[in-house]
Design a protein around this ligand. Structure first.
Ligand code: SAM
Ligand code: FES
Length: 347
């Protein structure tokens, strides 16, 4: 098994049977071997630096009904909110003062935020903070919309593919959502010139080891600049309320494999990882991650953007989250930096 890790380290790819053997045959000892390599690769490209992104959850309205998601449209118990442009600009200013140089605008698929409104928001943020990067994470839109956002100054886009297997995709989403359309959006975004982030949940209902291998092969094919992965965590008001959550151990192993597969990729240690284990985000960095995403959303809306149960940091002010993260990273020998944190291939 260690030879397979060496092979992945050297060649940056493996055959699907080899990935499958690694995932199925993983042991704590093998994981430690993998993480030594993944940390080494990470160190080569990014040193001890950890990039920070300020996450602004600006709307929890969504027209979609993904079976796993706490803010899906059928969840009538959610108190819905939208931040105004002024609210968003205040979040950015607070973030800027705290050293953030990337803002991630994330939300449900909310048609209230027309292209025109979003272009205005992007332009206003850029006017005030021309040295900052803007990442959008607002789901599937048309080519024209993506182009308008890009031309307005948004340079990154996060759109997890969720699973690279079409059958599995159908088990996680209602029939109007398809893997084909998700993938088309990702290739479209790339072609427009966005730095693109794909990704998936680990341990989502019905997921098999073969599916995880397909996820890795899709990452190799798409060559995204970022890969966001985190454990699936059930939300009590969704169809998947009774499903088991994804494991910390498997999520960390997948992070390690992704670092070897795409050495220069931006790899966040996610909030979901911190939710299933108090030290999850530290462990994600030690498995090869190099990005953290503290929350910049106003505290008044934090507990309304509940994608899954027991989400952490819902009561904390932006400054608390930022300094908490700094301490956590320092405790394992890393440092958060004031930087846009572009992918090394673009610097
Ligand atoms: N609407 C945008 C989209 O679909 O890309 C962005 C918001 S969506 C809530 C962001 C991500 O949250 C999804 O890509 C999904 O992987 C993750 N997510 C949703 N529900 C989750 C759950 N129950 N457990 C873990 N992650 C979840
Ligand atoms: Fe739309 Fe989750 S179903 S953000």
């Amino acid at each position: 098994m260690k030879e397979l890790i060496d092979k992945l380290y050297l060649n940056k790819e493996l055959k699907s049977e080899e990935f499958k053997a690694l995932i199925q045959g993983r042991t704590p000892e093998l994981a430690e071997y993998l993480f030594e390599k993944s940390r080494q690769v990470r160190m080569t490209h990014y040193g001890n630096d950890i990039y920070m992104r300020g996450l602004i959850e600006f709307t929890n309205y969504c027209k979609n009904d993904c079976y796993y998601c706490g803010i899906r449209k059928s969840n009538s118990k959610v108190q819905r909110y939208r931040l105004s442009e002024d609210d968003i600009l205040i979040c950015c200013q607070t973030g800027y003062d705290l050293g953030f140089r990337t803002f991630v605008l994330q939300g449900g698929e909310d048609s209230y935020f027309s292209d025109e409104k979003l272009v205005h928001i992007i332009t206003s943020i850029k006017k005030q903070h021309s040295d900052c990067a803007i990442t959008l994470s607002i789901g599937e839109r048309s080519h024209e919309s993506y182009l308008a956002f890009f031309n307005a100054g948004a340079e990154r886009y996060l759109l997890r593919h969720e699973t690279a297997n079409a059958q599995h995709y159908k088990m996680l989403h209602p029939p109007n959502l398809t893997l084909a359309s998700r993938k088309a959006c990702l290739f479209d975004l790339k072609q427009i010139g966005f730095q693109v982030g794909a990704g998936f949940m680990v341990g989502s209902p019905f997921q098999t080891v073969d599916n995880l291998v397909e996820d890795l092969l899709f990452i190799k094919e798409l060559q995204p600049h970022m890969v966001g992965i985190g454990p699936f965590i059930p939300h009590h008001q969704t169809p998947f309320a009774k499903e088991a959550k994804g494991s910390l151990e498997l999520t960390l192993f997948m992070l390690g494999l992704i670092r070897l597969l795409s050495p220069e990729v931006l790899l966040p240690s996610t909030t979901a990882l911190g939710t299933i284990d108090p030290l999850g985000r530290e462990l994600g960095i030690l498995a090869g991650g190099n990005v953290v995403m503290p929350n910049l959303s106003p505290v008044s809306v934090r507990n309304k953007y509940m994608l899954y149960d027991n989400k952490i940091c819902t009561g904390d002010e932006a400054a608390e989250c930022r300094f908490c993260m700094q301490k956590r990273m320092e405790s394992i020998g890393y440092q958060v930096v004031v930087s846009r944190g572009d992918c090394i291939s673009l610097q």
